[in-house]
Ligand binder design. Structure first.
Ligand code: UFG
Length: 328
């Protein structure tokens, strides 16, 4: 019988791609999602349990019904800007939801846990290439809530023997090249889909948030990683836990940073269409630069990203943007 994995947030952008990767690798992804920011239509590779992480009995029921061998926890509020306006919402939903999930999982005897953390836990570090040992000092509530969950996992590991792999993502972009799933947020806040909207005239222009950062062109620098590569790492992380290799943190980045202006320039060459831009003030909570190597994931997990060039990410996002979307 195929092994089941409980995928929280399986109806969302990264979670839906992870479900596809899990199904391909022979697992049954069981999505647990409240469909608040995800899409029922994105749940294509296994069953959907509609439920909320703030409702612990609902999590317990899903664990009892499906008896998964592991949990992959993607579900979260994930907008840096919003987290600075309504921090309470981020702390409540992300952290309390995770406490319920982790506690229910260990109580059900499901002790393998893969967690989506973020480079936003690192905060500002002058011009360095981040690695897993870089001190974590988040400067926004989103990053703070994710760092708290990392600590919760460590505590449950000590108290209940929870085995966990933590992935700290850099900026996830692109879409399934086969077009079965893709990125669709409502409202959208991420750079690449907003840029593609602006190209198509769905919004008047892309606003560049801040042109006075201490970077060569004054705009923020990020490390973009393809969603298909990212979810491949999750399957490897799951196998790592199944093999009993223990708790480990992995950064998932490419070691190459691109400024907002550079992303726009690459887009021009991929789509052959100009991006209308305007320049605006900084967005609260944004770090100047977040770039990481992925040596540990490559060496220890055998992760080999194959699609994480900016051209491929924009091309895959552009194809999805033109052909695919979900409707509530
Ligand atoms: N940006 C603009 N204009 C926009 C949108 C974004 O200039 O309209 C800039 C941002 O200021 C930032 C860069 O483009 O410098 C990327 O912004 P995103 O909103 O696409 O992503 P973030 O860098 O804010 O990513 C953060 C975390 C990730 C997390 C993600 C989830 O670093 O770990 O939020 O929303 F996954």
């Amino acid at each position: 019988m195929s092994k089941k994995v409980l995928v929280t947030g399986g109806a969302g952008y990264i979670g839906s791609h992870a479900c596809k990767a899990l199904a391909r690798a022979g697992y049954v992804p069981v999505t647990f999602d409240n469909i608040s920011t995800g899409w029922e239509e994105a749940v294509k590779f296994g069953p959907l349990v509609k439920g909320d992480l703030l409702d612990k009995p609902a999590i317990e029921a899903a664990l009892a019904e499906h008896a998964p061998i592991a949990v992959m926890h993607f579900a979260a509020l994930s907008q840096v800007g919003e987290s600075m306006q309504v921090p309470g919402k981020y702390w409540r939903e992300n952290v309390l939801g995770a406490v319920n999930l982790v506690e229910a999982a260990v109580e059900a005897g499901c002790k393998n846990f893969v967690f989506s953390s973020t480079c936003a836990t690192y905060g500002e570090h002058d011009n360095v290439l981040l690695d897993e040992n870089t001190p974590q000092h988040p400067i926004n509530a989103y990053g703070g809530s994710k760092l708290a969950i990392e600590q919760i996992l460590a505590d449950f590991s000590a108290s209940h023997g929870l085995n966990h792999v933590i992935f700290r993502y850099f900026n996830v972009a692109g879409a399934d090249p086969e077009g079965e799933v893709g990125e669709f947020h409502q409202p959208e806040t991420h750079l690449i889909p907003l840029m593609l909207d602006a190209i198509e005239g769905k919004r008047p222009a892309l606003t560049i948030f801040g042109t006075d950062y201490p970077t060569p062109d004054g705009t923020c620098i990020r490390d973009y990683v393809h969603v298909m590569d990212l979810v491949d790492a999750h399957v490897l992380g799951l196998k790592w836990l199944e093999e009993g290799k223990g708790n480990r943190v992995f950064n998932l980045g490419t070691g190459k940073g691109f400024s907002v202006r550079e992303v726009v320039e690459h887009s021009n060459s991929v789509t052959n269409k100009p991006v209308p831009i305007t320049e605006g003030p900084r967005r609260a909570g944004d770090c100047t630069k977040l770039v990481s190597g992925s040596e540990r994931a490559e060496k220890e997990l055998g992760w080999t990203p194959t699609r994480s060039t900016l051209e491929t990410m924009i091309a895959d996002a552009w194809r999805w943007h033109q052909n695919g979307h979900y409707e509530k």
